[in-house]
Design a binder for this molecule. Structure first.
Ligand code: G3P
Length: 217
């Protein structure tokens, strides 16, 4: 499963890209607002930090506006993925972007029927929002399972990008359900490394190693 970071914090991104485990980045208008920076500048900087896909979201609600914004965003760097909302207008724009060879990430997906339409529009990625479905009283992970089945039934190439991930458990479950990618907030990514038994075991190993008085180098 590919791991994307859901962030506009370029300092954190640089730090975590150094792990060699990050495949791409996703952003949204909320994260741009949180950065306090100009969108075009921060997206361009992110594309310079990572060569994998970087999702940049349009703000227009109409097809013509989405196309104009998406073409401008796509021209910023070769690894830009234009993010569009899962609306009738968004999917109409997605079909046009697909025809133009521009990669797309269809966001705010909350049903398998929506995901089916996005795939038919040729979306590169579909972003089902797990955490927000959980917040809503549903089981977000069931949606990943359903979309996986629908896409496999018809051999759709659209990649399932599990989004609105809130915990390491979400990451595990998304991987088990067959998501192609997960976009993860930095704090959840860092939590993936942790297990109390790893820490305890390492302390024991280091204590025992010290007793040997040896040095490998
Ligand atoms: O980028 C979209 C998504 O990951 C947002 O997550 O936590 O705001 O629901 P959240």
């Amino acid at each position: 499963m590919q791991i994307f970071l859901d962030t506009t914090d370029t300092a954190i991104l640089k730090d975590l890209v150094a792990t060699g485990l990050i495949d791409g980045v996703t952003t949204n208008p909320t994260l741009i607002a949180k950065s306090g920076r100009n969108m075009l500048e921060v997206i361009t900087e992110i594309c310079g930090i990572i060569s994998g896909p970087v999702s940049a979201e349009v703000a227009a609600m109409d097809v013509a506006g989405m196309l104009a914004e998406g073409r401008k965003l796509a021209a910023l760097a070769p690894n830009i993925v234009v993010k569009v909302p899962l609306t009738r207008e968004g999917l109409t724009a997605t079909a046009e972007f697909t025809a133009e060879g521009i990669q797309t990430n269809v966001t705010l997906c909350f049903s398998a029927a929506q995901a089916l339409l996005a795939a038919k529009a040729g979306a590169t990625y579909i972003s089902p929002f797990i955490g927000r479905l959980d917040d809503h009283g549903a089981n977000g992970m069931d949606l990943i399972t359903e979309i996986r089945a629908v896409y496999d039934n018809y051999d759709f190439d659209t990649e399932i990008l599990a989004a609105s991930i809130r915990s390491p458990q979400h990451v595990t479950e998304a991987a088990l359900a067959g998501a192609d990618c997960a976009t993860i907030p930095p704090d959840v990514f860092l939590a993936l490394f942790k297990h109390p038994l790893t820490e305890r075991g390492l302390q024991q190993f280091m204590a025992d190693w010290a007793k040997t008085g040896q040095s490998i180098l």
